[in-house]
Design a protein around this ligand. Sequence first.
Ligand code: HPA
Length: 302
Amino acid sequence: MTNPTRNAPCTCHPAWGSLGGAPRTFAGRTGNLLHVSKDPYALAVDAAAALKNVTGVESFDVALVMGSGWVAAAEAIGTTVAEIAVTDLPGFAPPAVAGHAGRIRAVTTGTGRNALIFLGRTHLYEGLGVEPVVHGVRTALAAGAGTVVLTNAAGGLRPETQRVGDPVLIGDHINLTGANPLTGARFVDLTSVYSPRLRALAKESDPSLAEGVYVAFRGPTYETPAEIRMCRAIGGDLVGMSTALEAIAAREGGAEVLGLSLVTNPGAGLVGEPLNHEEVLEVGRATAARMGVLLADVVGKL
Ligand code: HPA
């Protein structure tokens, strides 16, 4: 697969320059506690090696991270070659929320690409820190993926123009999580986090796709109506609890990123109804098949 924006190889972190090298340890400081843990990049390299062993797939072209309850979307991407639990690989946390499946599929697409599909993700609100949140993306990159497709369920900040069940392309994000997966002097350029080339391909697949700015919060609470008004004022169109950190990690590793939100509800206070996690999941399940058709079409063009 040709990928003009993939930096070869990523030099942002020493571990990326030596994929497959010996696992390293690093020391980090949390409050007053000095702890020694495995370097997260080396852990991703280990997970990629285990992934190759258990799936028998040598390397992957594209990775897709599916939002809550999007199993039907995964079905549309291609033929499943192997499916494993995330906990079969080093460094993955078991799923914390019902409806977040916690499985990984190796799939062959209709055009013969190797796709890695994460059914569920780790969220910052689980309290495990930022590294488990981006471990899937880093593992995918270590397994060869040059394209990362991030999907999510999101609150819509523009009910004037958005309808529940609409897919919206992510054009940019505002990271209000208070976290960043990068530490140290790694000044990664985020001018075009969400690839203009991939956005154009997605619009070819569905010319009616709107584009918007995704505002990422830590959660797990939904936002207050005042926060939603702030998000609208600062230029947000979508609000959610994922994606931004994964996108940063993917860009650090030089992958091209496509982001796609499914509007599952209007943001808090915009229509007066209280928000309900079960309803958010239900909208995801109900529209996942349609999202799958769109994703399969875009992946087919990569
Ligand atoms: N806010 C945050 N995350 C979400 C929402 C929301 O309104 N809907 C789905 N995920």
